[in-house]
Write a protein that binds this ligand. Structure first.
Ligand SMILES: C[S@@+](CC[C@H](N)C(=O)[O-])C[C@H]1O[C@@H](n2cnc3c(N)ncnc32)[C@H](O)[C@@H]1O
Length: 366
C-alpha cells in the first residue's frame, strides 16, 4: 500500500495519553492545532481538514468523500464500486510476499509482531481466565494479506484462525504457507479462508474471541466501517474483542489516490468507534506481564512507565494501556501506528487506591 508509508511525515513517538500534536514537518502546510478533547461525541472528527497523496487539501472528510464516492444516491453507486475495485486492483498488482504486503518495508515485520504479541498477551490475560489457555480460542484475521499475522502470531495463541482477504493470490499464498504451520502444530489450525472484502462480510454469530484488523480498514468508507463493525460485533463471543492496528494521521485524514485508502487521525477513529457502539477496553493496571522482563518491555513497547510489582516474581505491569497503544520500533518515516482494543462492554471505572499506588512505585523507562 503506497500510503501506509509516508516518507514526508516525521513521526514523533508519543505515549497515548498525550494529546496529538500538529504535524511538525516543515514541508507540510501548517495545520490548525486540535484543541478538542478525546470525547468523540462532542467533536466531529470528520470536520477536520485533510489532504491527499498529491498534496491537495480538503476542507473536511465530507468534501473528500463526496468527491470520491458521491452523496450516496443511486447514481453514485458506481463511484463507490469503483473505489473498492481500485483498492483491490492495487493489491492485485503487488507480489504475494511479506515484503509486498508491507509496502517494501518487510523489515518492520519483527517489531510489528513483537508489539502485537505483547498487546495480545496482556489482553488475553485480562479478558480470559489463565489467558484463555484452557479454552478453545478462535480468531479472525481481517485483510490478512499473505497470512503474515496469522503465521507469526495468531496461530500460536488461537486453536482456530479464519482468514479474510479479497485478493485471491494473497489468500492462495497464505493457504500454502499456513498448511506447513498446521503440520507443525497439531492443536492449532487455520479453518476458513474467505476471499471477500470486509464491506461484504458478516461473521457467524458468536464464533470469535478476537477479530484482528490490521492495515486494511483504511480501504473502507466511513459508512462501511461503521456497518462492518456493527455486523462483526455479533461475531464475537462473550468477552471477545477487536484489535484494530492502524496507521494514524496527525490531523484529519490523508487520502491515498493510488490504492484508494484513507489514513485517519486518532480522533477520527474515536468518532467512528463511538458510532459503532464500541468502547476502548480497559486493562487492569496490576496485571503482570510475566513473559517479559523490564528490559524486554523497554525494547518492545517503550511504553513510558512500568510498575515493578514485587521483587521476588520479577513481574512488571504495564501502566494502563487504556487500551490504545503506540507501536514502537518502526522506522521514523512511517506513520505512527496504534493498537486499539475494542469491546462492546461499557468500560469500568478504574479506582486507584493511594496505598497500592505507593506500593507499586512507578518507574520511568528511559
Ligand atoms: C497493507 S496490506 C496488510 C496485510 C495484513 N493485514 C498484514 O498486516 O500483513 C493491506 C491488505 O488489505 C487488503 N484489502 C484491500 N481492500 C480490502 C477490503 N475492502 N477489505 C479487506 N481487505 C482489504 C489488501 O488486499 C491487503 O492484503
Amino acid at each position: 500500500m503506497a500510503l501506509w508509508i509516508r516518507p514526508t511525515f516525521k513521526v514523533v513517538s508519543i505515549f497515548q495519553h498525550h494529546p496529538i500534536n500538529p504535524i511538525q514537518n516543515p514541508n507540510l502546510p501548517n495545520k490548525k492545532k486540535n484543541t478538542s478533547t478525546s470525547n468523540a461525541s462532542c467533536w466531529s472528527a470528520m470536520e477536520a481538514a485533510g489532504s491527499d497523496s498529491d498534496g491537495r487539501e480538503f476542507k473536511n472528510a465530507q468534501e473528500m468523500w463526496r468527491e470520491q464516492i458521491g452523496d450516496g444516491d443511486e447514481a453514485d453507486n458506481h463511484k463507490k464500486t469503483q473505489w473498492y475495485r481500485d483498492g483491490v486492483a492495487y493489491w492485485e498488482g503487488v507480489e504475494a510476499s511479506v515484503n509486498g504486503v508491507l509496502g517494501g518495508f518487510g523489515q518492520v515485520n519483527d517489531a510489528d509482531i513483537k508489539g502485537s504479541e505483547a498487546f495480545l498477551n496482556t489482553l488475553l490475560h485480562e479478558r480470559f481466565d489463565g489467558g484463555g489457555r484452557n479454552q478453545h480460542l478462535v480468531a479472525l484475521d481481517c485483510g490478512s494479506g499473505v497470512g503474515r499475522i496469522t503465521k507469526n502470531l495468531l496461530i500460536r495463541y488461537f486453536n482456530e484462525v479464519d482468514l479474510l482477504e479479497p485478493v485471491s493470490h494473497f489468500l492462495d499464498a497464505a493457504r500454502e504457507s499456513l498448511s506447513q504451520e498446521y503440520v507443525a502444530s497439531n492443536m492449532h489450525k487455520t479453518t476458513n479462508f474467505y476471499c471477500v472484502p470486509l464491506q461484504e462480510f458478516t461473521p457467524d454469530a458468536g464464533r470469535y474471541d478476537v477479530i484482528w484488523i490490521q492495515w486494511c480498514i483504511g480501504h473502507l468508507t466511513d459508512d462501511d466501517f461503521v456497518s462492518f463493525f456493527k455486523r462483526a460485533k455479533v461475531g464475537l463471543k462473550p468477552g471477545g474483542f477487536f484489535v484494530l492496528k492502524e496507521n494514524i494521521a496527525r490531523n484529519g485524514f490523508v487520502l491515498d489516490n493510488e490504492d484508494r485508502s484513507i489514513t485517519r487521525s486518532e480522533l477520527y477513529f474515536k468518532d467512528l468507534f463511538h458510532q459503532c457502539g464500541l468502547h476502548l477496553g480497559q486493562l487492569d493496571v496490576s496485571y503482570p506481564t510475566w513473559t517479559y522482563s523490564i528490559k524486554e518491555l523497554k525494547h518492545i513497547l517503550k511504553v513510558g512507565i512500568v510498575i515493578p510489582l514485587d521483587c521476588c516474581s520479577g513481574g512488571v505491569a504495564i501502566q494502563p494501556i487504556g487500551v490504545n497503544l503506540d507501536q514502537k520500533g518502526l522506522p521514523e518515516e512511517l506513520f505512527a501506528v496504534k493498537m486499539f482494543a475494542l469491546t462492546t462492554d461499557v468500560p469500568k471505572k478504574v479506582h486507584k487506591t493511594r496505598s497500592k499506588a505507593q506500593a507499586n512505585r512507578p518507574g520511568i523507562i528511559k
